[in-house]
Design a protein around this ligand. Structure first.
Ligand SMILES: [Zn+2]
Length: 58
């Protein structure tokens, strides 16, 4: 596994006092398919969390 990004394809770059997230210089940017899948999973989790919230607040 890549030491720079730990397989996430995202590297942290110190820019003065701020940290920037940049595509890993070793692995390159994330595969669009992988990125889309991660976004889908994230949206599913978000939807599930919203449903729980609605049940609690009802
Ligand atoms: Zn990498």
């Amino acid at each position: 596994m890549c030491n720079i990004c730990n397989g996430t394809h995202v590297a942290k770059s110190m820019n003065g006092f701020t940290i920037e997230f940049v595509p890993c210089p070793d692995c390159g940017p994330m595969d669009p398919k992988v990125k889309a899948e991660k976004n889908r999973l994230f949206e599913e989790r978000l939807a599930a969390a919203e449903m729980k919230f609605e049940v609690k607040s009802a």
